[in-house]
Ligand binder design. Structure first.
Ligand SMILES: NC(=O)c1ccc[n+]([C@@H]2O[C@H](COP(=O)([O-])OP(=O)(O)OC[C@H]3O[C@@H](n4cnc5c(N)ncnc54)[C@H](OP(=O)(O)O)[C@@H]3O)[C@@H](O)[C@H]2O)c1
Length: 239
């Protein structure tokens, strides 16, 4: 099962995003042999030695199937694409936001992992899902995002149960706040994308199944272990 980055063949979804760019730089620094950069808009990505842009909207069965056909040598799939509408359940006018978050944060990594599973099984590879510490406890002002990531955490556990016996490792990163457009409206301490990428890949290479990224995530995980109701109440009335 893939545990080291050196020599790996990686496909990362949402490759034009801020965390993805930092992960790609760190993957290169650690000696990844090839990186498939999958994005719905590849116009800003240019191919180079070991770097292969690939058009893939994660909501499209056809594009995901075509990418899986083109990238049969993948040993590490990173499900990174995600959206956060930063919306509370009662504020949303209807179900459109919740539906889109579930579509991209839960159904899409399921679709992509199903499509790449035959290659990952053949190559004894790994899956790394980009979740959030908020997959483990709901922050109500972005409640529907948290619910979709909680579904992503359950997906990760189920995939681990199904794929580990077939030689595929399944891990998840659960970061706290990272400084990207997704958190632009939050005035709280945020990690840099470069530090987050290093911590994610350090945890992956250390063989961790749940990788808590940053002090905020580690603090909340510790709180959840000792006083889960206290953490729930703290997030329900922050500040
Ligand atoms: N920032 C944080 O504090 C934080 C914390 C914990 C976890 N995360 C997770 O980390 C991941 C990356 O987030 P980020 O902060 O780097 O945000 P970002 O800069 O907004 O990147 C998100 C990426 O997902 C892509 N994407 C969205 N819908 C897609 C679709 N249908 N098909 C293909 N790609 C799609 C976006 O593509 P376009 O550029 O085309 O829109 C973008 O490249 C997400 O899963 C997020 O939930 C972020």
């Amino acid at each position: 099962m893939t545990e080291t980055i050196k020599g790996s063949v990686v496909l990362i979804t949402g490759a034009t995003g801020a965390i993805a760019k930092a992960l790609i730089a760190e993957l290169k620094a650690r000696g990844a042999a090839k990186i498939y950069a999958a994005a719905r808009d590849v116009s800003g990505l240019s191919a180079s030695q070991g770097f292969v842009p690939i058009k893939m909207d994660v909501t499209s069965d056809a594009e995901v199937a075509a990418a899986a056909k083109a990238a049969g040598d993948v040993t590490l799939l990173i499900n990174n694409a995600g959206i956060n509408h930063n919306t509370a359940f009662m504020v949303a006018p209807d179900l459109a936001i919740a539906r889109e978050e579930i579509e991209i944060n839960y159904l899409a990594p399921l679709r992509v992992t199903k499509a790449f599973a035959p290659a990952l099984i053949k190559n004894k590879g790994a899956v790394l899902n980009l979740l959030t510490i908020l997959a483990r406890v709901n922050l109500p002002f972005m409640g529907s995002y948290c619910a979709s990531k909680a579904a992503g955490l359950s997906l990760t556990q189920g995939l681990r149960g199904e794929l580990t016996p077939k030689g595929v490792r399944v891990a998840a990163a659960l970061p706290g706040a990272i400084d990207t457009r997704m958190t632009a409206m939050l005035s709280i301490p945020k990690m840099t994308t470069a530090d987050a990428a290093k911590e994610i890949l350090n945890g992956f290479e250390a063989g961790e199944e749940e990788i808590y990224v940053g002090e905020m995530a580690r603090g909340l995980a510790q709180g959840l272990a000792h006083d889960p109701k206290g953490v729930e109440r703290q997030l329900a009335s922050p500040g």
